[in-house]
Design a protein. Structure first.
Length: 81
């Protein structure tokens, strides 16, 4: 499942190309929506999913994830140069 940090919508539920959605409000991240979604994905018993039952990321998914994270990280030291 995909979740939009900007609008708080899950894939297929109000996500649009411009980032707007049902929880957009101020145009920033919908932290309340993210919390609600995260809690809905959590096992109510508090037990962690055993390692052998977790889905393994493909190399393509892993590469996409790292590229996405690197694109959002700002190196303030480099900006000051």
């Amino acid at each position: 499942r995909l979740f939009c940090l900007q609008c708080g919508a899950k894939e297929g539920e109000g996500m649009s190309a411009n980032g707007g959605g049902s929880g957009a409000g101020s145009g920033g991240p919908d932290w309340s929506g993210l919390l609600k979604w995260s809690l809905a994905q959590t096992d109510p018993s508090g037990a962690a999913t055993p390692l052998e039952q977790r889905r393994q990321l493909s190399e393509e998914e892993r590469r996409w994830f790292y590229e996405a994270m690197e694109s959002m990280v700002v190196n303030e030291g480099d900006q000051l140069k």
